[in-house]
Design a protein. Structure first.
Length: 227
């Protein structure tokens, strides 16, 4: 399996073990999306990682919680299938982060998915979004919207309304992630503005939507390596 890095840290965003939970990250290499707001562009090139066997990967996992991210894990779907099985055999809690461009692996109720919905601000990748993708998420899973502006927010409301009508109580948890560089006052003001939109929206309040900030950027601002 092509792996960019394996490291121990905390879950900085929404996941089933909760934000702030200690975990091992398994970052796969390679992503074809090239989203404008990607915060891990170094893991995008298909050849940016190194080949590792499932056994080698498992040997580096020293925590109960495991988050598989990328890159895009579903670009290596066959290997991901075997990695999931190996981690479950070790009784690990598994969360998988995916872009929403590819169908998830179904049939593993123990696995929690965190799927992005790529809003217009991400660029052309928004054209690849398909409402069939989040339909297969369930209550333990998350559908996350990275929101940069009012256009992103309105598209998010449209998608949430669709899921409410089609899935009802079986829909995933909804997370709103204001785009966050945490470098300037303007960034922080934008985060507050988008958070206010969430708080003031009745539908989002009724379903218990979550405002998700990248808390690892607060703890380790300007970090030049994965922590």
């Amino acid at each position: 399996m092509n792996i960019y890095s394996i490291f121990r840290s905390i879950n900085g965003e929404v996941c089933s073990p909760h934000q702030g939970s200690v975990c091992t990250f398994i970052r796969t290499a390679g992503c074809t999306n090239a989203c404008k707001n990607c915060d891990t562009p170094y893991a995008q090139p298909l050849g940016s990682g190194k080949e590792m066997s499932i056994k080698e990967i498992i040997s580096e996992v020293k925590t109960k919680n495991v988050t598989i991210t990328g890159g895009e894990p579903l670009l290596q779907k066959d290997d991901l299938f075997y990695l999931i099985q190996a981690l479950l055999n070790k009784n690990k809690n598994i969360s998988i982060e995916t872009s929403g461009v590819y169908p998830i692996i179904i049939g593993y109720p123990e696995v929690s998915w965190v799927m992005d919905w790529k809003c217009p601000s991400t660029g052309k990748v928004n054209e690849w979004m398909d409402l069939n993708r989040p339909y297969y998420l369930h209550q333990k899973d998350f559908l996350k919207f990275v929101v940069a502006d009012s256009q992103d927010f309105e598209e998010m409301l449209t998608v949430v309304e669709y899921l409410l009508k089609s899935k009802g109580d079986l829909m995933p948890k909804i997370a709103v992630s204001p785009i966050n560089n945490s470098r300037t006052l303007g960034d922080r003001e934008k985060i507050a503005e988008i958070s206010n939109w969430v708080v003031e929206n009745k539908m989002l309040g009724d379903i218990g939507a979550i405002v998700s900030l990248q808390i690892h950027k607060v703890i380790w601002p300007g970090a030049t390596k994965e922590v």
